[in-house]
Design a protein around this ligand. Structure first.
Ligand code: FAD
Length: 393
């Protein structure tokens, strides 16, 4: 005999827990299944352990999707303020770090505890360490074959996330279920991920490994201004993670380092005041020392300022302001914060997240082709899509 529920949700991550608590609190009998041993594992490790749980500026422009308007409805109906109200109700202290990014003062575990308490209030039946071997549809809804036994539910919500960090239990489960029910999945690729460089280029920038600098990093018309980091494998840091979601194999990205620095003026006035100084010494007052050394050596500007022409200064400025780099690849799903692409939103109802062609089947969170920028946007999408789904159940 199958256990009977109104709703079965697969995936006890951010989106699945939000949908479960909403549906449970509306009086639905909800079962939440996860093959992991603990719920919300990605919440636990997020934001360096403090969970960047939302971004107060979240709007559709902060998301990538083949169907850019899809996310608007859910985002408008469950806003950052709505999530903050829940956090405040649970007396979780938080602060804005930068650029509208909200973090817990104490620990990401506070957010998990909050979601568990809310699910408890909705009498959600959570089963962890549960393997799902088969999903089928019948006249009453869905039948799941699981390690907990057979489960029957009128509605099935897939909240099993994307492919990023397989070590933490990420699987392509959602995409397989989408395909089983005839839904298209857009191309998936690692996003918010460090970029790698081919060996020659890596050797060239090796002296910069560990150097962090404020930069505008651009790809085509898209650019982000945040810190970037040279690593022993390539490029990382917030600005690089952001641009990685837009970058494609073979493309160049452009770096403008310390964008507010008036390099030409500074060099010219230093030449006037003290022409005996080395170019590197002047640059090192404004840029990390190793970067100043690398740039001047690369342009062979080893003679003092007085021996440098305006043209040489212009070349130096160009190498700081218009540095074109062609990454070789990305670090892949092993370290990617999210998966770009996913279940094609053109087949989902934007108000409920239900598949148009399969009544009762819902997809929410990261498995859907809606991917946020770095900075709390991905959790906001998980909360908003989970809430939209939970409300409609
Ligand atoms: P997930 O949180 O991935 O949850 C999916 C759940 O489904 C998991 O519990 C998994 O065990 C389960 N599951 C998967 N396959 C199966 C299966 N076959 N059977 C049963 N269960 C299954 N975003 C932010 O907005 N702010 C941040 O600070 C932030 N920091 C991050 C830091 C790191 C290191 C990483 C990797 C991501 C971070 N993100 C952050 C992104 C954010 O974690 C995700 O966007 C979000 O967790 C997606 O929520 P989800 O519920 O859709 O999926």
């Amino acid at each position: 005999m199958a256990m009977n529920y109104d709703v079965a949700i697969i995936g006890a991550g951010a989106a699945g827990m939000m949908a479960a608590l909403r549906a449970g609190q509306k009086g639905r009998r909800v079962i939440l299944l996860d093959h992991a041993k603990a719920p919300g594992e990605k919440i636990r490790i997020s934001g360096g352990g403090r969970c960047n749980f939302t971004n107060i500026h979240a709007s559709a422009k902060n998301f990538l999707s083949e169907n850019r308007h899809f996310c608007k409805s859910a985002l408008a109906r469950f806003t950052p303020s709505d999530f903050i109200a829940m956090v405040d109700r649970h007396k979780i202290a938080w602060h804005e770090k930068t650029l509208g990014q909200l973090f817990c003062d104490n620990s990401a575990k506070d957010i998990i505890r909050m979601l568990l308490d809310e699910m408890h209030a909705g009498k959600v039946d959570m089963r962890l360490g549960c393997e799902i071997s088969d999903v089928a549809r019948n006249i009453d809804g869905f039948i799941l074959r699981t390690s907990e036994g057979a489960i029957a539910a009128s509605a099935l919500v897939i909240a099993s996330g994307g492919k990023s960090i397989p070590k933490m239990g990420a699987t392509g489960f959602a995409y397989r279920i989408a395909e089983q029910f005839g839904l298209a999945v857009t191309e998936t690729r690692p996003a918010l991920v460090p970029l790698t460089l081919e060996p020659n280029l890596l050797g060239d920038v090796a002296p910069l490994s560990g150097v962090s600098v404020d930069a505008i990093v651009s790809h085509g018309k898209t650019s982000f201004r945040e810190a970037m980091l040279f690593t022993h494998r390539g490029l990382s840091g917030p600005a690089i993670l952001q641009i990685s979601s837009y970058w494609r194999e073979g493309d160049e990205i452009h770096l403008s380092l310390e964008p507010e620095l008036a390099i030409l003026d500074l060099l010219k006035s230093a030449r006037k005041d003290n022409g005996k100084q080395a170019v590197q010494t002047v640059l090192a007052q404004y840029l990390p020392k190793r970067l100043a050394q690398y740039l001047t050596e690369r342009l062979e500007m080893t003679r003092p300022l007085a021996d440098q022409s305006d043209r040489a200064f212009l070349s130096l400025e160009a190498s700081i302001r218009r540095w074109a780099i062609k990454p070789a690849g990305t670090e892949g799903y092993r370290t990617a914060e999210v998966t770009l692409g996913g279940v094609d939103t053109r087949q989902l109802d934007s108000k409920t997240m239900m598949a148009n062609s399969v009544p009762g089947l819902f997809f929410i969170g990261e498995c859907v082709d809606v991917t946020g920028w770095l900075g709390g946007y991905n959790f906001q999408w998980a909360w908003a899509s989970g809430h939209a789904c939970g409300e409609s159940l």
